[in-house]
Ligand binder design. Structure first.
Ligand code: AMP
Ligand code: MG
Length: 420
């Protein structure tokens, strides 16, 4: 049977077996979104330093061996290994960047600096601390091993080797690696164009005074931060009140000019259903109740050629759903294959109340307890309490099967900040 299209599922959810928009697991929702993602194909060529955070559009193949020559890993003396010669005549010096031109014969050696090319005839280096020297002769104080302290040509990278594959995200080490090959420019995919706006009559933008019942819009700020970290080319379309005509104009303009549109608020069940009606009119959008906390309502689909994500309005929920669904989808759209974020177990210092049957992403603080890393949950886990998200450095990831946890139990955590 051919797979139903997004359009068919949006129009009639019952066309799919095992699909219940009111009871989606986190894993199912991720899988669902994945099948509709088509990565960008346009590329651009950038100087290596400017490619930080971007996705490689071609393999990087090594045009040479790195290092190019056998060279010394130590300051010492280079000689031809022999079982029985223990005293050697010093016939010259090899510097890094200035090789010794001659040949090293039996019973001879060359003083050599770290990084200098191993001279012809030599195959082993003895550290300068392991010899005794008297005028132009050295005596080996211990038996070196054949090939000791020699870095071999190509031991880092070999000529013709694929050093970084298409789809690799450029990190600091990658920049250095490419430079070590003498390559100055790389081909990367163009940045994703992502537009976002907040919906809600109660929302006010920073800079205006609040009246009773109004709140400042914070979701656009967290979205700005998360999207910028992902390297997206962003358009901030501001706050749009719950007015169908304004929402419609903004949505259509955003979708026609961007690869992705993200909105927050207005996708909960029982809301003034403007977004829902608009999305049904102009796109193919699925509305889910996800078995997770926080962040139950989530909408995903397409409006024209643009991907659409409707995040919950609650500030913590918006961030959690972004990290758990949108981040991975955007990475895929950028041309890379996202790897699951590392999850590891640590002891939780406090009891946690939790019902089985849904996945929870609680906010916690990982801390060093005299050499052992432990996690303490934030005291207020409310989905509107952004201060808990800001003070946290990890999610405590409790899957569907986990119930109440006692203090001292091991729990899964996911770090919020990457090293690179
Ligand atoms: P909604 O998903 O529109 O029902 O919103 C859920 C809750 O999140 C409500 O309390 C909203 O006031 C709040 N909220 C919605 N959007 C934002 C936003 N952009 N910034 C801060 N709070 C918001
Ligand atoms: Mg709202």
């Amino acid at each position: 049977m051919t797979k139903p299209t997004l359009n068919q599922i949006a129009a009639d959810p019952s066309c799919m077996d095992d699909y219940d928009p009111n009871a989606m697991s986190v894993a199912q929702a991720r899988q669902f979104i994945k099948q509709f993602l088509s990565p960008v194909i346009e590329t651009e060529t950038l100087p290596v330093m400017q490619s930080l955070g971007r996705v490689l559009a071609t393999d990087i193949v090594s045009p040479s061996n790195v290092p190019n020559h056998n060279n010394s890993a130590m300051d010492g003396f280079a000689f031809k290994y022999s079982d029985h010669i223990k005293t050697l005549k010093v016939i010259g010096t090899a510097f890094a960047g200035k090789a010794f031109a001659g040949n090293v014969g039996a019973g001879e050696c060359v003083k050599i600096m770290t990084g200098a090319v191993i001279p012809k005839g030599a195959d082993t280096v003895v550290m300068q601390e392991r010899i005794a020297i008297k005028s132009d002769r050295i005596t080996l104080l211990e038996d070196p091993k054949l090939g000791a302290n020699v870095r071999l040509a190509g031991e880092d990278l070999k000529l013709g080797q694929t050093v970084l594959a298409k789809g690799h995200i450029m990190h600091p080490a990658g920049l250095g690696l490419i430079a070590s090959l003498g390559i100055g420019e790389v081909s990367v995919y163009r940045p994703l164009k992502v537009a976002f706006f907040s919906t809600g009559d109660e929302l006010i933008s920073v800079g205006k005074p609040l009246e009773t019942g109004q709140i400042y819009d914070s979701n656009r700020y967290t979205l700005f931060g998360m999207l910028t970290r992902l390297g997206a080319a962003i358009s901030d379309l501001g706050v749009v009140p719950d007015k169908p005509d304004l929402l419609e104009v903004t949505l259509l303009k955003a979708a026609s000019e961007n690869d992705v549109v993200i909105t927050s608020g207005g996708v909960s069940v029982g809301e003034a259903d403007f977004m829902k009606a608009l999305l049904a009119k102009h796109g193919q959008v699925l509305f889910w109740k996800i078995n997770m906390k926080p962040g139950r309502p989530l909408a995903y689909g397409k409006v024209g050629a643009s991907h659409y994500f409707g995040l919950p309005g609650n500030p913590v929920s918006a961030m959690v759903t972004f990290y758990q669904f949108v981040r991975e989808a955007l990475l895929t759209l950028q041309g890379t294959t996202p790897k699951p974020l590392p999850i590891f177990k640590v002891e939780c210092t406090e009891a946690i109340k939790k019902a089985t049957g849904r996945m929870e992403f609680q906010r916690g603080v990982l801390f060093d307890d005299v050499g052992v890393w432990k996690v303490k949950p934030m005291p207020n886990q409310g989905s509107g309490v952004l201060s808990s998200m800001s003070a946290a450095n990890c999610f405590i990831v409790l899957d569907e099967t986990v119930g109440n946890c006692t203090a001292g139990e091991m729990v899964n955590v996911q770090i919020l900040e990457g090293i690179i």
